[in-house]
Design a protein around this ligand. Structure first.
Ligand SMILES: NC(=O)c1ccc[n+]([C@@H]2O[C@H](COP(=O)([O-])OP(=O)(O)OC[C@H]3O[C@@H](n4cnc5c(N)ncnc54)[C@H](OP(=O)(O)O)[C@@H]3O)[C@@H](O)[C@H]2O)c1
Length: 346
């Protein structure tokens, strides 16, 4: 029998992408497609690729409590309330927002709020029943399988962490700089002045530096303390796709072979992460619509710096694809179920 799933935030880009992916899933039935201001609107009015007569539901906590699992694809404010309530009711949850990704201290620093449920903060060693950070490739796979609440990583942290995590032991603390670019869907469906076609088209700009909120998430989840990092995101005129370029200075004795070995060992058996040969650089377009991440590293002996580039679809491995990967693990299914499609190209 199929697992009954509730989605909250189904009228947003992340939620709708999850609906698209689940249309081909053999073991999950989408029982609830809840929205906020769009409750009552036909799904196909907002997303013409999701044809049919289905209408967005209102958020009903009791109905969600009857589901086998719930995915939250809302801003972090509502996710804090809904995630905690569903956790307390024993309902498995994957949350796409930042509500549970950081420690209590980290949440206060980067989101400027006291965490209302310190016992659930994923990044907090003091939290007694904490959420699991849902990046299976970083060693959290078994923890996700056993979790009730999974904090799905942010899009920039996913690409950056996948590129840098295997290399942290090879890098000098304090030397990491990350330059990242995302398509406009990374900002969500809500209309914003800066996201009008006439503003984004033909333009390229940085934003959020030097204290974009994802900086804290990347620092928290790199598997060793490599000191503060510098992170600058950019908005690029494309609908979807994200490329993170990370630079770090290597410690003595590290060469190109050591870097290549570290990446190959980390990802040799990973279904979604593909390491390209040095000198071959990943394309965001090749990942569109998929849950894949392609990455590669080059070492410059002149500067003793490594440059790692990693590409994902921000709505795929950066959001809904990764949420489905985590959901599969939570439900005891094969991790790749419904996620085997490769990207669209060209
Ligand atoms: N977009 C990305 O690439 C991406 C990547 C990684 C993580 N995320 C995270 O995923 C979450 C969703 O992002 P998105 O881009 O899909 O956002 P979005 O397109 O702006 O959609 C937000 C969704 O949340 C719903 N919502 C807003 N306020 C709500 C409330 N008080 N109660 C219940 N639902 C509410 C909205 O419903 P209505 O439209 O009906 O009002 C909509 O369905 C965010 O936390 C975001 O940070 C996004």
């Amino acid at each position: 029998m199929a697992h009954r799933l509730g989605i909250v935030g189904a009228s947003g880009y992340g939620g709708a992408e999850l609906l698209r992916l689940l249309a081909g899933h053999p073991a999950v039935e989408v029982a609830i497609v809840a929205a906020h201001s769009q409750a009552g609107t036909p799904v196909s009015d907002l997303f013409p690729n999701l044809a049919g007569a289905r209408v967005f539901d209102a958020v009903d906590l009791d109905a969600l409590g009857e589901c086998d699992a719930v995915v939250l694809a809302t801003p972090h404010g509502p996710a804090l309330d809904l995630g905690a309530a569903l956790f307390d009711a024993g309902v498995p949850v994957v949350d796409l927002s930042a509500a549970f990704r950081l420690s209590v201290e980290g949440f206060a620093t980067w989101y400027g709020e006291d965490h209302p449920r310190p016992d659930l903060a994923a990044g907090d060693p003091a939290a007694d029943r904490r959420a699991v950070y849902g990046l299976p490739e970083l060693g959290f796979r078994d923890a996700v399988r056993a979790a009730t609440l999974v904090a799905n990583p942010g899009c920039y942290p996913t690409a950056t962490l996948l590129g840098l995590a295997p290399l942290v032991g090879l890098l000098q603390p304090g030397s990491i700089v990350v330059d990242a670019k995302s398509g406009a869907s990374g900002a969500g469906r809500a209309a914003k002045d800066s996201l009008h076609f006439a503003h984004v088209h033909g333009d390229l700009t940085a934003y959020g530096a030097p204290a974009h909120r994802h900086t804290g998430e990347i620092e928290r989840w790199l598997p060793a303390d490599v000191g503060p990092i510098t992170f600058t995101p950019h908005l690029v005129p494309m609908s979807r796709g994200l490329l993170a370029t990370a630079y770090g200075t290597v410690v003595d004795g590290v060469d190109a072979a050591a870097i290549a070995d570290a990446l190959d060992i980390a990802y040799a058996h990973e279904p979604f992460v593909h390491v390209l040969p040095p000198g071959t650089f990943p394309h965001t377009k090749a990942l569109a619509g998929s849950n894949g991440c392609q990455l590669s590293a080059v070492f410059d002996p002149r500067t003793r710096r490594v440059t790692v580039t990693s590409a994902i679809d921000n709505l795929g491995k950066g959001a809904a694809g990764q949420a489905l990967q985590n959901l599969n693990l939570l439900l005891g299914l094969d991790e790749t179920t419904g996620l085997t499609a490769i990207g669209l190209y060209p």
